[in-house]
Structures are given as structure tokens and as C-alpha cells.
Design a protein around this ligand. Structure first.
Ligand code: FAD
Ligand code: NAI
Length: 473
């Protein structure tokens, strides 16, 4: 056994951890990253939840299922006939696994390129001595001057219904259902429920989503949430709000959920598979925080300040294991900022302009404040909205659902929030994020030339709508 001494050791190789390691190495630090994720052969699979059972595989399946739906329902509009459209689920899952592996391999290549030492195994604190942290990296003993904890999160279980990944599924099992279930239940109408519910609905499952909250997508702008509920219902996604789950029982190869509906009536839902997507909990399993006295909060998250500093000198924590939205790009930004702070630079994350996207069809994307937040704050604002129905490119694409909505300060015209439901909302939101980072006004966007025909013209038109002067609606 050898001891290796590093300037910076990152525990966890998800989007927060691997990006932090690369940035630290770029800044000249002798850096290591420890990650324990295993592929099916037991080999390393860096990239964390995002790459292995999150962002990347879910988007691969969303793409496959969208192609299936287009071929089944929309090709005929273009004069294309296909005969019966079939789905080979094993092939679809195999493609998804290939996409995941390409990303795992890409990260290993990036570690080599940037001279980051990679340890495949569990990372844990052993002791702190004379300003140096002793750690285990798998079987090896190493030391670090700075430690960045980036150990991510795990799916939250419903009490009394542990994941078996056969019938009661977390995001992991939900991404590898071997054949299209006839009936699929989803508990929780959050991001995972909607995205993965959409995948299997498009492929033919009858999907019912049971949600505890009385309002649908409460963190999304109300007008967008209303539009989304209408469109998802039209697509055949059944969403029941205000339910209280009483029990989940496995029987005859399926699952029965007993619940009380919003009117207080007792109901049961029998399904072949059940996805439980009711949020995620911080992961510190195996980290051994007690060995060095690393403080966790009452939810089990590593306690950090605004700058990701923990209670210990030179120990930082980023991503899903700390407060803030559980998003890959938030984890990455924190990783870069922490590496720069270690180097004595002024790393910065603007938590007010972190975009978020729900990759349903249509996509839902937002940045900044919602209208209900501005109302609650008593802030005077103006709203402008433009429908994709009036956009030439959307018509040519055959996808005119949804709209772009701008919210701007009533006096200064500064953009306070942008909300998009519609085609490629995930791409369109970047313009709004850039504009907000530069503290742009709605007028700024309205005066910038946008290519024609493009979906982004709807962004410009929504900015024009702030002053009630849209040109195409
Ligand atoms: P993680 O990605 O969870 O990585 C943590 C890593 O640390 C893991 O590899 C884990 O094995 C390792 N680890 C933990 N403890 C130890 C230890 N003691 N020793 C060694 N290694 C350890 N976000 C988006 O922004 N966009 C999306 O489209 C999106 N889609 C998602 C879809 C799904 C189905 C899910 C579940 C999540 C999705 N997310 C998405 C959220 C995103 O995956 C997380 O926010 C992101 O992965 C958090 O990154 P992280 O680096 O903090 O942690
Ligand atoms: P979520 O927080 O988005 O949604 C959970 C939902 O479950 C909420 O609507 C909540 O009210 C409901 N719920 C909680 N307990 C319940 C109960 N007992 N019965 C019924 N409903 C209940 O969490 P989700 O979907 O699990 O996703 C976890 C995280 O992963 C999110 O924080 C999200 O940021 C991230 N993610 C991001 C994606 C993206 O950016 N596109 C995609 C998927 C996940």
C-alpha cells in the first residue's frame, strides 16, 4: 500500500465532482478524483447519477420514444408511410447504454488529458492531522490539502415500499424496464415522473401519475403549468393531484397502490410497474464524515455557506449533496467556482439565474422569477407572451404548442424571468439566461436581429410583447 499526497482530492465523479477535478487540475493543482460507480462489468463508470441513471440515459430514451411517436402519429402528415411501427425495447435500451458508455469513456479520457489521478472505489475520511486530510481511496491511503465532497444524491423511497427495481422502480429501474408495461403507475408528478412517464406513455403504456400536492408543477410559472397540464392530458397522461398514498402492495407480478383522492374517497390503482419519483436525498453513505467532524444538516446534506465552504478548513461540498436545486449544471458551476476559490480566485455562481428544463414534449424551460413569485414579492412587473402558433418555423416543424413568456421590471424593463413551453425550449432558454446575466432589458432582446425562420424569433416577439408591440401576433 502506498500513500499519495494531493493538493486537491474530489470525492465523487458526477458532473459536480469530475468538473471540479478538471478545473482544479487546469489551475495547476495535483488533483485526484475518487468515484465508486461500477458498470455492468465492475469497471469504472464516472459521471455519477447524471451520466449513468439520470440526465443522459433519460434523454436517450426520451429521444427514442419521441421518434417512435413521430413515426406512429406524425410521419403521415408529411406524406411518409411506414406500415406498422414497432418498438424493439431491448435495442432501444442497448442504444441508451451505448450513449452512457460514450460519456463514461469521455470522462476517463478527460481525466487523462488533464492529468487528474482517478481512483475507482469508495472515498472516505480517515483523519485530519496538521492541516492535512487522510483519506481512503478504495484500498489506497492518500492525503489531501483540500477535499471537495461531491457525493450526490439517491432516490427517496416511499415508506413501506422499498425499491426492488423489478416492480417498484427508482429512476434506475425506470430507465431499464425490459418491455413496455401495459399499465404504469408513477408516484410524484415532478421532473422524473413527467419525463419517464412520458417515455413509457409514448411507447404505449397507460400511465397514471399520483401527486400529493394540490397544484400541478408549483415551482413552474402558473400559466406554463396550466398549459402543460392541458397538453399532457390531451396526450393521455393521467395526473391525479392532492392524493395521499396509503399503501403499496406487490401482488401477481404487479403493484397495487391504495390512496385517498383529493375528495377524500379511497381508491386503488393496479399497475404492472410503479415508478416512485418523490425527490432525492443527499448521499453521504460511506463518506465517514464523523472521522473529521464534517457537519451535516437535519436533512443529511453537507452544511455549506454560499461559497460551498463546510465547517472544516479546506473542505468544500458541491452539487446534490448540498442545498440548492438538484441539477447537473448547478453542480458543475459550483465545482468550477470551488476550484477557483481554492486557487485564490473569485469563483462565482449566480443562484438567481440557474435555468431549469423539463424534457417533456413540449419541453418546459425557465430562468429567473415566476409571475407568482413576483406577485408575492410585491414587485411591479410587465408580462409579455408570444405563442409558437404564430411562429413560421414552429409551423414548418409541425409543433406549434406552447409559448414564450417574458417578465420584466415595470420601471427599468430589466428581464426578471423567462418561461418557455414549446419545441426546443431547452435550447431557447440559453438566450434568456445570457440576457439576464448581462442584466439586459426586454427592449434589448426586442432590438436584436434574430434569424428567420427560427423558434428564437418567438423569444424576440415575447420581448416585444412586454410593450404590446408584437409584429406577428
Ligand atoms: P452525482 O451525479 O450523484 O454523482 C455523485 C457520484 O459520487 C456518484 O458517481 C457516486 O457513485 C459517487 N460517490 C458517492 N459517494 C462516494 C464515495 N464515498 N466514494 C466514492 N464515490 C462516491 N439534472 C439536470 O440538470 N438535467 C437533467 O436533464 C437531469 N435529468 C435527470 C434525470 C434523472 C432520472 C435523475 C435521477 C436526475 C436528473 N438530473 C438532471 C439531476 C442530476 O443528475 C443531478 O443533479 C446531478 O447528477 C448531481 O451531480 P453531483 O455531481 O452532485 O452528484
Ligand atoms: P421532484 O422534487 O421534481 O418531484 C417530486 C414530486 O413528488 C413532487 O411534486 C412532490 O410533491 C411529490 N411527492 C412527494 N412525496 C409524495 C408522496 N408521498 N406521494 C405523492 N407525491 C409525492 O423530484 P423527482 O422528480 O424525484 O426528481 C428529483 C430531482 O432530480 C429533482 O430535484 C430534479 O431537479 C432532478 N431532475 C432534473 C431533471 C431535469 O433537469 N430535467 C430531470 C429529472 C430529475
Amino acid at each position: 500500500m502506498s500513500t499519495k499526497n494531493f493538493d486537491v482530492v474530489v470525492i465523487g465523479g458526477g458532473p459536480g465532482g469530475y468538473i471540479a477535478a478538471i478545473r482544479a487540475a487546469q489551475l495547476g493543482f495535483n488533483t485526484a478524483c475518487i468515484d465508486e460507480w461500477k458498470n455492468e462489468k465492475g469497471g469504472p463508470a464516472p459521471g455519477g447519477t447524471c451520466t449513468n441513471v439520470g440526465c443522459i440515459p433519460s434523454k436517450a430514451l426520451l429521444q427514442s420514444s419521441e421518434h417512435f411517436e413521430h413515426a406512429s402519429l406524425h410521419f403521415a402528415d408529411h406524406g411518409i408511410s411506414t406500415g406498422e411501427v414497432k418498438i424493439d425495447v431491448a435495442k432501444m435500451l442497448g442504444r441508451k447504454d451505448t450513449v452512457v458508455k460514450q460519456n463514461n469513456d469521455g470522462i476517463l479520457y478527460l481525466f487523462k488529458k488533464n492529468k487528474v489521478t482517478f481512483f475507482h472505489g469508495r472515498g472516505s475520511f480517515v483523519a485530519a492531522k496538521d492541516g492535512v486530510y487522510e483519506l481512503k481511496a478504495g484500498e489506497e491511503s492518500i492525503t489531501a490539502t483540500h477535499v471537495i465532497v461531491a457525493t450526490g444524491s439517491n432516490a427517496r423511497q416511499l415508506p413501506g415500499a422499498p425499491f426492488d427495481e423489478e416492480t417498484i422502480l427508482s429512476n434506475d429501474g425506470a430507465l431499464r424496464i425490459p418491455s413496455v408495461p401495459k399499465k404504469l403507475g408513477v408516484i410524484g408528478s415532478g421532473v422524473i415522473g413527467l419525463e419517464l412517464g412520458s417515455v413509457w406513455r409514448r411507447l404505449g403504456s397507460e400511465v397514471t401519475v399520483l401527486e400529493a400536492m394540490p397544484a400541478f408543477l408549483p415551482t413552474v410559472d402558473e400559466s406554463v403549468a396550466k398549459e402543460a397540464a392541458k397538453l399532457f392530458k390531451k396526450q393521455g397522461l393521467k395526473i391525479e393531484l392532492g392524493v395521499k398514498i396509503a399503501s403499496v402492495t406487490k401482488a401477481d407480478g404487479g403493484v397495487t397502490v391504495a390512496y385517498t383522492d383529493a375528495k377524500g374517497a379511497e381508491q386503488t390503482l393496479a399497475v404492472d410497474k410503479l415508478i416512485v419519483s418523490i425527490g432525492r436525498t443527499a448521499n453521504t453513505i460511506g463518506l465517514n464524515p464523523e472521522a473529521v467532524g464534517l457537519a451535516l444538516d437535519e436533512r443529511g446534506m453537507v452544511t455549506v455557506d454560499h461559497d460551498c465552504k463546510t465547517n472544516l478548513p479546506n473542505v468544500w461540498a458541491i452539487g446534490d449533496v448540498v442545498r440548492g436545486p438538484m441539477l447537473a449544471h448547478k453542480a458543475e458551476e459550483e465545482g468550477v467556482a470551488v476550484a477557483e476559490r481554492i486557487a485564490g480566485q473569485h469563483g462565482h455562481v449566480d443562484f438567481d439565474i440557474i435555468p431549469s428544463v423539463i424534457y417533456t414534449s413540449p419541453e418546459i424551460a425557465q430562468v429567473g422569477k415566476t409571475e407568482q413569485q413576483l406577485k408575492a414579492e410585491g414587485r411591479a412587473y410587465k408580462a409579455g407572451q408570444f405563442p409558437f402558433l404564430a411562429n413560421g418555423r414552429a409551423r414548418a416543424l409541425g409543433d406549434t404548442s406552447g409559448f414564450v413568456k417574458f417578465l420584466a421590471d415595470a420601471t427599468t424593463d430589466e428581464i426578471l424571468g423567462v418561461h418557455i413551453i414549446g419545441p426546443m425550449a431547452s435550447e431557447l432558454i440559453s438566450e434568456a439566461t445570457v440576457a439576464m446575466a448581462f442584466k439586459a432589458s426586454a427592449e434589448d432582446i426586442a432590438r436584436i436581429c434574430h434569424a428567420h425562420p427560427s423558434l428564437s424569433e418567438s423569444t424576440k416577439e415575447a420581448a416585444l410583447a412586454i410593450d404590446k408591440r408584437t409584429l406577428n401576433f
